[in-house]
Design a protein. Structure first.
Length: 313
């Protein structure tokens, strides 16, 4: 069976712990493993703007002994110029894995169904699971563990980051509170799935509309931009309902005194997060960004070690 990483709950709790442990090892010794020695190529496809994702995956594949094959989504026009399935059948014969930053989750699932090699979600409109591996690694480094911690996500609770925090946090046994205004709550299907996962790990998941209640006593406080890629023309209209959820020093004061702050970037100081917070002593944002490299290297290494050796016919 070909293993993929399309959403956070594609890893079981024990598998997620394995990947995070490997990430810590690879952070300590960056060239300890080289699963793509050869070099083998890994396709990195970008349909959306990117900085950290492209940089971390390109550097990571190279450090794992491979060749990062960058594919410009605007040129490839996957799904328009030719079908996702046909692209998958071609790439599966040329590369050892496919990493795709795209729009709808269904595109990624179709790629995985036909590629015959591991497919990794580098961000879709629904989920951002590689970011969560980096976030969990960062929290684990700061707190010494994950199970039992409370994390509050503020802002657009209908976003891919909210969905991934629900699923990944529940998998890790955390108590996850996502908080946002009416009309911007999480997908009920995702929330129910996260609650189901939490039931087996001792965690919990909550959609809390009140920002103060969400942050109260939290060990980790997270925010993200209120304007997702492709919705920039709606910035002003979209921002109004989120203003009570801005991560200010005052709001952070309701969290645990030792709480840490995360933001997946890009950040807009004075909008979703106060400059004194993101640049302050409780912010782990830059450590979080750097951990994308180590978490993704661990994921790719783990995926390559859990394949059946098959490929497209």
């Amino acid at each position: 069976m070909t293993r993929h990483f399309l959403r956070d709950d594609d890893l079981t709790p024990s598998e997620q712990a394995e990947v995070l442990a490997l990430a810590a090892e690879l952070k300590a010794s960056r060239h300890a493993v080289r699963p793509f020695e050869g070099p083998q190529a890994v396709a990195l496809i970008f349909d959306k703007p990117t900085l950290r994702t492209q940089a971390s995956f390109a550097a990571g594949v190279a450090e794992l002994g491979g060749y990062p094959m960058l594919v410009d989504g605007n040129l490839a026009r996957i799904g328009t110029r030719e079908s996702v399935a046909d692209v998958a059948r071609v790439l599966g014969r040329m590369v050892s894995a496919v990493v795709w930053r795209t729009f709808g989750q269904e595109r990624l699932e179709e790629m995985a169904a036909h590629a015959g090699v591991p497919v990794v979600n580098a961000l879709t409109d629904e989920f951002h699971p590689c970011q969560l591996l980096a976030d969990l690694l960062t929290v684990q480094e700061a707190k010494g563990g994950l199970a039992g911690l409370t994390v509050a996500f503020l802002g657009d609770a209908a976003s891919n980051m909210s969905h991934s925090f629900l699923l990944a946090g529940a998998t890790a046994g955390m108590h996850v509170r996502v908080s946002g205004p009416d009309g911007f709550g999480p997908d009920p299907v995702v929330l129910a799935r996260a609650a189901d996962v939490a039931g087996s790990t001792g965690g919990s998941t909550t959609y809390e509309r009140d920002a103060v209640a969400a942050v109260r006593g939290a060990d980790v406080v997270v925010t993200d931009t209120w304007v997702s890629m492709g919705k920039e023309d709606e910035a002003e209209a979209r921002s109004r309902p989120f203003r009570p959820y801005a991560l200010t020093t005052e709001l952070l004061g309701h969290a645990d005194p030792e709480a840490v702050v995360l933001h997946c970037l890009p950040a807009y100081r004075g909008v979703e997060i106060e400059a004194d917070v993101i640049d302050g002593p409780r912010s782990l944002v830059w450590q979080e960004a750097g951990n994308r490299l180590h978490a993704q290297k661990a994921l790719l290494t783990w995926l390559m070690a859990h394949q059946d050796g098959g490929g497209p016919a």
